[in-house]
Write a protein that binds this ligand. Structure first.
Ligand code: FE2
Length: 245
């Protein structure tokens, strides 16, 4: 159950290697993309009492450790939804279209001098991190627990790690000089997949985000209205635009 290993020479492994091979190109596309709209921690605050409660994942993280310490650029959802302009991510998108059992893909940027306390996330399944830019050094990474064993992964450029954010307690840090940029892919490991598990996986994954369609519409509202749009995701879900679940 806790095994993070993929089937050797399986399709998922091949896709991840292909993405690793072009990580510099992916990063360049990201840099070239103008006026990027991010999801931020603020979007997922329950109330402005400055006690940070992650409304998206329900995982409690100490506010002073996490204030605005990451931002997230959604790229892709299962079903082939391409969130950003394809011209900046052409090769990546074509690999993701052939990635079996993929739930989502995004880019997460973590500020310099940041620590993220020990926690687990609500997302079921497996998570791959591929580092696009470590932030200029090797003092950034992830420590997680797998079968009672502590595993430390350093986010060096082009490196790959696979873990289970729901079952592997983890903490992270970035003590490099600059922001660290990771590509994150959530998926269900083909080694463990059968039709029923997959169905359950996508249902659960969807629930964590209160419906990926809602998440996507919230993001579109941010993109269209820019800084005039001040609703949090919780407020958006209270409103009329929400999909019926
Ligand atoms: Fe996490």
């Amino acid at each position: 159950m806790l095994s993070n290993e993929l089937t050797k020479s399986g399709r998922q492994e091949t896709c991840l290697r292909e993405i690793q091979d072009i990580y510099k190109e992916i990063y360049q596309g990201f840099l070239d993309q103008p006026k990027k709209i991010y999801l931020t921690e603020k979007d997922f605050e329950e109330s402005p009492d400055y006690q940070y409660i992650d409304n998206l994942k329900h995982s409690y993280v100490k506010y002073d450790e996490t204030q605005d310490n990451y931002k997230l650029l959604p790229l892709y959802y299962h079903g082939g939804v391409k969130v950003q302009d394809s011209k900046y991510y052409r090769k990546l998108y074509s690999i993701l279209d052939g990635f079996p059992n993929i739930a989502s893909c995004c880019i997460i940027v973590v500020r310099a001098n940041t620590q993220i306390g020990r926690h687990n996330d609500m997302e079921p399944g497996w998570r791959a991190h591929i580092t696009l830019d470590s932030g200029g050094g090797n003092d950034t990474g992830l420590i997680y627990e797998n079968d009672g064993k502590k595993i430390k992964h350093i986010f060096s450029n082009g490196s790959l790690n696979i873990m289970q954010p729901k079952y592997n307690y983890h903490k992270g840090w970035n003590r490099n000089q600059n922001e660290r940029v990771n590509l994150v892919i959530d998926f269900y490991n083909g080694r463990h997949a059968n039709e029923m598990d997959l169905k359950k996986y996508f249902e659960e994954y969807n629930e964590v985000f209160y419906g990926l369609e809602n998440m996507h519409d919230f993001y579109e509202a941010k993109r269209i209205f820019g800084s005039q749009y001040t609703q949090t995701y919780a407020e958006f879900l209270e409103g009329d635009l929400k999909y019926a679940s």
